[in-house]
Write a protein that binds this ligand. Structure first.
Ligand SMILES: Nc1nc2c(ncn2[C@@H]2O[C@H](COP(=O)(O)OP(=O)(O)OP(=O)(O)O)[C@@H](O)[C@H]2O)c(=O)[nH]1
Ligand SMILES: [Mg+2]
Length: 201
């Protein structure tokens, strides 16, 4: 194996856009000749893994689904052994530059163990309202990068981007965060540029 791959965790509440983010980043990484493997976590299915395998965006063998049982939170923090096993197996087989670990959809308190990932992204969903930043969940406070996602939907649920922005500036004065719509190519490029800036791929 050449270098140890960069391990990137992706966490956030159910439906915030975690798998969509991986789907958008894969083509950009392929264009840069980066070798990528993906581990997805779901409670009692391997649904996200199947979705990525069928996407045509990645060699299906490079995607592994981990079933976490009752608590997705435990599998990325207290006992990440199943995920670590998958990271090691895929790393041995494919010598990747980047390993994505998508957490099962969880609550605002989810955080990743530093034993499992080098860097983690936490997504929240504007369509769930503008108060989320102010609630100071651990994920939003501690992640290396927070994506306040689905900004395109904010007007439809009367969520104020101004309130969200104020809340984010208050709780992450010196830490990276971005407003994003994964439907917008420029936003996806900005996210990728941020990762390239912060990580030695
Ligand atoms: N309008 C809009 N829809 C989005 C955006 N990001 C994701 N979605 C949609 O939101 C839904 C959920 O996205 P997923 O990527 O499956 O979310 P997830 O966080 O992986 O969900 P779980 O793994 O089930 O927790 C899908 O229908 C996506 O197409 C966005 O920025 N804007
Ligand atoms: Mg998902």
């Amino acid at each position: 194996m050449s270098n140890r791959p960069i391990r990137i965790g992706i966490g956030g509440p159910v439906g915030a856009g975690k798998t969509s983010l991986i789907e958008r980043l894969l083509p950009l990484m392929a264009a840069d000749d980066l070798r990528v493997v993906v581990i997805t976590n779901d409670l009692v299915t391997k649904e996200d893994a199947a979705r990525l395998r069928d996407s045509g965006l990645i060699d299906p063998d490079r995607v592994v689904g981990v079933e976490t049982g009752a608590c997705p939170h435990t599998a990325i923090r207290e006992d990440p052994s199943a995920n670590l096993g998958a990271v090691e197996r895929l790393s041995r087989l494919y010598d990747p530059d980047v390993v994505f670990v998508e957490s099962g959809g969880d609550n605002l308190a989810a955080t990743f163990s530093p034993d499992l990932v080098d860097y983690w992204i936490f997504l929240i969903d504007c369509a769930a309202g503008h108060d989320i930043p102010r609630k100071r969940g651990l994920g939003v406070l501690k992640a290396d990068l927070v994506l306040v996602n689905k900004v395109d939907l904010a007007p439809f649920v009367s969520a104020s981007i101004e309130v969200i922005t104020q809340g984010m500036e208050e709780i992450r004065p010196n830490k990276a965060w971005l407003l994003s719509s994964l439907l917008d190519k420029e936003d996806v490029q900005e996210i990728y540029d941020q990762l390239r800036q912060q990580l030695p791929f």
